[in-house]
Design a protein around this ligand. Structure first.
Ligand code: ASP
Length: 317
């Protein structure tokens, strides 16, 4: 049996201890811990990396605190449109969905796309029709409602922007508090197979069917046993332009960088240069792990079969 490990994230952004109540901090840490332990226990039992990340992500999607599944943010029209992706590093099989509504666990739908559709990427109504055909669980709008997200959206719904423009006066207050609550997981199982998954509600007040990096294979999500498995969180437009997740893989494959060095370069150099705020989690087939971000914080957690465990929110000072 080889070493195994799992890493998860619950989004990056301006996450400051000064803005957090002890109760809320505890709730976030508990949410992360529960998902981490669930995913890790799957690996301990000898289950695949794919199974481990799906179970961890589903728990985060069901948690109202994170911007995915049940806690997804509101679009300009006041609904939730969710994106998710999963990739298997052993086979390079992948499945993604974008702009789906009322799907309880978008990661289940992405997995159905990967396993049974003969396609990689489905969107909008077609993806919803596929969810119905495959018997993926749907929930009514009320399930996705939370006062917290509604208030966030109310503050900016009359503006024309969803962007993270700090200089925009009306939005300064909102984006002072900017957080990208997307969830993600990567794992390496006992057989040395790795996988990555990401699930998100995208950005508050998004319109025109905006899609971020999360469901785009190579941008927000990527996995390849020969290199790494990566899940990103942050300002999606910039992660798409940087082809961020695949860039880490390419640095490992073509330049021989370590996982940590490749992620450091993409997050602190490449993304930083284009103001791409956020971070990513990564793993390789030797069960090495890394969690890197250029924002004030990133909800994150990792657990390794050698006993190492970390659950953190803020930057190490
Ligand atoms: N990357 C996501 C997006 O742009 C947002 C996030 O990470 O929370 O849709």
């Amino acid at each position: 049996m080889q070493p195994f490990s799992i890493v998860i994230h619950g989004g990056a952004g301006t996450i400051l201890k000064s803005d957090m109540t002890p109760e809320l901090e505890k709730a976030y840490l508990n949410g992360l811990e529960a998902a981490l332990l669930l995913g890790f226990s799957a690996l301990e039992k000898g289950e695949s990396a794919i199974n481990a990340i799906i179970s961890a992500i589903k728990l985060l999607e069901d948690n109202i605190l994170f911007n995915a599944g049940r806690g997804a943010v509101f679009t300009k029209k006041g609904v939730q449109e969710m994106d998710a992706a999963i990739m298997d590093g052993k086979t390079l099989a992948a499945g993604s969905v974008a702009g789906v509504r009322n799907v309880m666990n978008p990661i289940d739908l992405a997995n159905e796309v990967m396993m049974h559709s003969n396609h990689v990427f489905l969107s909008g109504k077609g993806a919803n029709d596929y969810a119905i055909k495959q018997g993926v669980k749907l929930m009514p709008d009320e399930y996705f409602f939370s006062k917290f997200r509604y208030d966030q959206w109310k503050e900016i719904r009359d503006s024309d922007s969803y962007s993270l423009d700090h200089t925009h006066q009306d939005l300064a207050e909102f984006f002072k508090d900017k957080k990208f609550g997307t969830v993600g997981a990567v794992a390496c199982d006992q057989f040395g197979n790795i996988a990555a998954a990401t699930s998100t509600g995208g950005m508050t007040n998004k319109k025109y069917g905006r899609i971020g990096d999360s469901p785009i294979i190579g941008a927000g999500t990527y996995a390849n046993n020969n290199t790494c498995a990566i899940s990103c969180t942050g300002h999606g437009e910039l992660f798409i332009r940087a082809v961020a997740a695949y860039d880490v893989s390419a640095l490992i494959e073509y330049k021989g960088l370590s996982l940590q060095d490749a992620m450091n370069f993409v997050v602190h150099d490449k993304l930083k240069k284009i103001n791409g705020e956020g971070g990513m989690i990564g793993i390789d087939a030797q069960a090495n792990t890394a969690m890197v971000f250029n924002s004030a914080g990133m909800y994150r957690a990792m657990k390794h079969s050698n006993g190492t465990q970390e659950i953190s929110i803020y930057k190490a000072s």
